[in-house]
Design a protein around this ligand. Structure first.
Ligand SMILES: Cc1cc2nc3c(=O)[nH]c(=O)nc-3n(C[C@H](O)[C@H](O)[C@H](O)COP(=O)(O)OP(=O)(O)OC[C@H]3O[C@@H](n4cnc5c(N)ncnc54)[C@H](O)[C@@H]3O)c2cc1C
Length: 556
């Protein structure tokens, strides 16, 4: 191996250039510090997962909500957050405080802070995670999912610009292909990191890169911020931490994050004395579909579904109330894991898909990502699915599209794993569900819910199709979608205080060591500000908040 390249010492070293790392770095630069930002990937991956994200942000009592007639408040958001989180452990002391602080940020400064940086929002506020079982929890009592104009790249832009300006001035150093394997400890304080420099590559963004080592490196700094993301790219780690309450982990899952979300810094941080808490809390989706045009191995896309599709388990049994599409992610995951099968089904119509299938990911939403108003009006309000959704209908290996129910059922049976489907049962479910559409006083709770949802203008406009029979030829063709579990987010991680200082097992802060973003259980969260469940749009927001806290504290 070639000798260590020398990197000048800086005030703050940030490991990981995802949103949390970029925000920490930008804050430290704003405080006048010199910053080194390192990442194991090539420069074309600057921005990490957030670049791929849909850009949904949780805001409370925003002007966008008020314009849509939504009455929200910090108190209501607090009720929803704590009802959802279910904090119940001694180690939830810091996560609870993070949750309180984050709620105040989301109801207070967050929007103005982003607006000052040029970040804008799509005017229709979405309603993710409705919960649906009671007034207190789980779920959002009102719509709070604000989509960034420009999606994930739009959130990243101001922070990338700040760092690139500082790089041009010589105040920031960006070191791609630097993979950290150790934190350097001197006299009980973390004073830097060492590891290996990986061979350069021109692989496009998101494509897995080689781990060929070409040199060792060492970087010294007064403070080190670990912003290395979660574990969703490593299925072995996901399975190792998988909790009993979610049943057994699936044999086969799709991967919702690039391969570099590998959790490698967890062991490195632990070796430096950091305490990892709540690692059994995780957030995986149940509406994953195989990407017909994959970027990373096992690449899955999440459908952000509207509420109308009929959701059946692998055998064809309808999911219980209130596990409708878009209602309760982890409740549905826990239920499906008890069925003994890895997949489930949406049975739906083209008319529902046109209005209700949003695909999560910047590249799946070229209108919003490209801030293209004409394309947006054409794709969201005109007839027909968006271009990316149409591509899945045409090419997606999980889609069955047929003119009538019998052909649809035959197509479902013919899919891998389709042999366990009880065709007669599905036919009964579809026929009974369709009959209830014509019953004004229906006892079918999902149909009653559809009618009430259309009371919210945002849902009526772009998220909830007018209730109709799935077998209505005018709404056709009929579509079945085979759904898989899709790994995504880690809700636990490095235990931190409200300044993002990493804590050891006795709760003492480790001098010089900080953590932010998903590495510290989203939003620092002290190792998990979400508790067991998320209200959605809270991951990017958690990165903004915890990155800001850690960047400021590391600069003091
Ligand atoms: C498709 C998609 C859609 C999403 N949509 C939303 C949404 O709408 N709303 C929302 O709130 N959230 C969303 N998310 C989640 C959100 O984007 C992520 O949780 C967030 O961006 C994580 O940021 P991070 O900075 O913590 O980590 P990351 O972005 O994962 O960055 C961590 C970086 O650390 C580097 N690294 C790791 N280990 C090492 C090491 N040993 N040495 C050097 N470097 C290392 C990695 O290479 C990586 O670049 C979405 C995510 C995806 C993938």
């Amino acid at each position: 191996m070639t000798p260590l390249p020398t990197t000048p010492a800086s005030d703050v070293l940030v490991i990981g250039w995802g949103l949390a790392g970029l925000v920490s770095a930008a804050e430290a630069l704003a405080a006048g510090r010199r910053v080194t930002l390192i990442d194991q990937e090539p420069r074309q991956n600057l921005g990490g997962q957030a670049w791929w994200s849909f850009g949904g942000l949780f805001l409370v009592d925003s002007p966008e909500q008020r314009r849509m007639g939504i009455r929200d408040s910090l108190d209501l958001a607090r009720q929803d957050w704590f009802g959802n989180a279910g904090f119940d452990r001694d180690e939830d002391a810091w996560p609870r405080r993070w949750a309180e602080a984050y709620l105040e940020f989301a109801a207070g400064e967050k929007r103005a802070w982003l607006r000052e940086r040029g970040v804008g929002f799509f005017p229709v506020v979405g309603w993710a995670e409705r919960g649906g079982s009671g007034a207190i929890g789980p779920g959002n009592s009102v719509p709070r999912f604000h989509i960034t104009w420009g999606t994930g790249p739009g959130i990243l832009a101001p922070f990338i610009a700040a760092i690139e300006r500082a790089e041009a001035d010589g105040r920031a150093t960006i070191l791609p292909r630097h993979r950290v394997s150790d934190l350097i400890i001197e006299s009980g304080a973390v004073v830097g990191a060492r590891g290996v420099v990986l061979a350069d590559t021109h692989a496009p963004r998101g494509v897995p890169t080689s781990r060929e080592q070409v040199a060792d490196f060492e970087v010294k700094a007064d403070a080190v911020i670990v912003a290395s993301g979660g574990i969703g790219g490593d299925h072995d780690l996901v399975r190792a931490f998988w909790p009993d309450r979610l049943g057994t982990p699936p044999t086969r899952m799709l991967t919702g994050v690039p391969a570099y979300v590998d959790g490698s810094m967890q062991a490195v941080s632990r070796a430096a004395g950091a305490d990892l808490i709540n690692t059994d809390r995780m957030w995986h989706y149940v509406e994953g579909i195989q990407n017909w045009d994959p970027v990373w191995p096992g690449h899955g896309i999440r459908i952000l579904p509207g509420p109308s599709s009929l959701w059946l388990d692998a055998t064809g049994t309808r999911l219980p109330v209130p596990l409708y599409p878009g209602f309760d992610t982890l409740g549905t995951l826990a239920h499906l894991r008890r069925t003994g099968h890895d997949h489930s089904w949406f049975v739906t119509s083209l008319k529902i898909i046109e209005k209700e299938f949003a695909l999560s990911g910047s590249e799946q939403n070229p209108d919003l990502t490209g801030r293209d108003v004409r394309l947006l009006l054409k794709s969201r309000l005109a007839k027909g699915p968006t271009g990316p959704v149409q591509s899945f209908l045409d090419e997606g290996p999980d889609f069955v599209v047929e003119r009538d129910l019998d052909s649809l059922l035959a197509g479902m049976r013919a899919m891998p794993g389709g042999d366990v489907l009880d065709v007669a049962r599905v036919r009964d479910e579809v026929v009974a569900r369709d009959r209830e559409i014509d019953n004004e006083f229906t006892k079918d709770a999902q149909i009653a819910m559809l009618r009430s949802m259309r009371g919210y203008r945002g849902d009526r406009l772009i998220r909830t199709a007018p209730p109709h029979r799935l077998q209505d030829p005018a709404a056709g063709p009929m579509v079945a979608v085979k759904l898989h579990v899709l790994t995504r987010k880690s809700l636990g991680g490095i235990h931190t205080d409200l300044d993002g200082r990493a804590l050891d097992a006795s709760g003492q802060s480790i001098p010089g060591l900080f953590a932010a973003g998903e590495a510290s259980g989203f939003g620092g969260g002290g190792g998990g500000m979400h508790g067991y469940r998320a209200l959605e749009g809270t991951f990017l927001g958690g990165c903004l908040f915890s990155g800001r806290q850690a960047g400021r504290a590391a600069s003091r």
